[in-house]
Design a protein around this ligand. Structure first.
Ligand code: CO
Ligand code: ZN
Length: 335
């Protein structure tokens, strides 16, 4: 440990704020940005919006977005013995469930078990899993139907890499906070938006983009990698730089924005990768298709094991993402 960057990553990833329940993470981020921004507000869907700069003749109204929610589970039924059945909030992978530990937003911890599996070669489905919070019957169960939990997993350093339960997308929030910290001045009216409910369909970004009405939008989120054994083919690796998104399942990034990002990276000697993600999307899509349309792109942090309780990033990619975002927002946006 030591670096302030790692301390911030640890602090933000260990907070439990699944989609729709972003109160705790919003308070922590508000604490970080209040001294760095010119103005901070929260909108009706809970998006935290920090403005920097007033704009100028050379500037634009820019929206930068990172989502602060995380995937989680929501209790749907509690049986007479106090076992909790649940459904997912966001893209839950059943493979990673049994043996996982969870923590409800109320603070109650629990573990995930599963019904007896007749075919040991198959992972249990969501319906076959349950949460055990140590209750002995339905009445003393401290969890009610509708209560929400996130995965319990402390931040961990593994060699050069950093592992946590919600790198998606607290790492993007860290990049925006550190960009705000590093930004000396900007010709733009720049809105740093920490969005809600991304994991259930980019809902916070949809309303905040409409409200801000930007000329240009950039999201910061994680992306998959192609550098682990027998994984799907993908030209992105951990440690080779942040990735400039060209396409994902939800968006074709505006080629002018892609060029601007790549030119800025090359001019500043910042390593970068070219990203095509075949499944998944980001807040950038919501910005791109708001109102009459907005040129939009996305800077991605390469991440292994996305949507598992142990998501892994490389610290150098995070630092380089901060450098690139800072360079992008410091100068005029030539697109
Ligand atoms: Co996600
Ligand atoms: Zn994400």
């Amino acid at each position: 440990m030591e670096s302030t960057l790692k301390l911030l990553i640890k602090k933000l990833t260990e907070i439990f704020s699944p989609s729709g329940y972003e109160t705790d993470i919003r308070a922590a981020i508000h604490d970080e940005v209040k001294r760095l921004a010119d103005d901070v507000r929260v909108d009706a869907l809970g998006n935290l919006i920090a403005r920097k700069g007033k704009g100028s003749a050379k500037g634009k109204r820019i929206m930068l977005a990172a989502h602060m929610d995380e995937i989680g589970l929501i209790a749907t039924h509690i049986d007479g013995n106090g076992f909790i059945r649940f459904t997912g909030i966001g893209g839950i992978r059943p493979l990673a469930l049994t043996g996982s530990r969870v923590r409800f937003v109320s603070g109650v911890p629990g573990v995930i078990g599963a019904d007896r599996i007749t075919d040991p070669g198959r992972a249990p489905t969501l319906e076959q899993c349950f949460i055990d919070v140590g209750a002995s019957n339905g009445k003393d169960c401290p969890v009610k139907v509708g209560d929400v939990c996130g995965f319990e997993r402390p931040f961990l350093e593994v060699g050069q890499r950093l592992v946590a339960k919600s790198m998606d997308d607290r790492i993007g929030c860290v990049v925006l906070i550190e960009t705000l910290r590093a930004l000396k001045s900007t010709p733009h009216e720049a809105y740093f938006v920490f969005t809600t409910q991304e994991e259930v369909g980019v809902r916070g970004a949809t309303t905040s983009a409409f409200g801000i009405d930007p000329h240009l939008g950039l999201a910061v989120d994680v992306t998959g990698v192609g550098d682990t054994p027998k994984c799907a083919k993908m030209e992105v690796s951990l440690g080779k730089g942040p990735a400039v998104k060209i396409k994902d399942a939800g968006m074709l990034a505006d080629p002018r924005v892609v060029d601007w990002m790549i030119r800025t990276a090359e001019k500043n000697g910042i390593p970068y990768q070219r990203e095509i993600l075949e499944a998944g999307g980001t807040d950038a899509r919501a910005i791109q298709v708001t109102r009459a349309g907005v040129p939009a792109g996305c800077l991605s942090i390469p991440c292994r094991y996305v949507h598992s309780p142990s998501e892994m990033v490389d610290e150098r990619d995070v630092s380089n993402a901060v450098k690139l975002m800072t360079a992008l927002v410091s100068g005029p946006a030539e697109i």
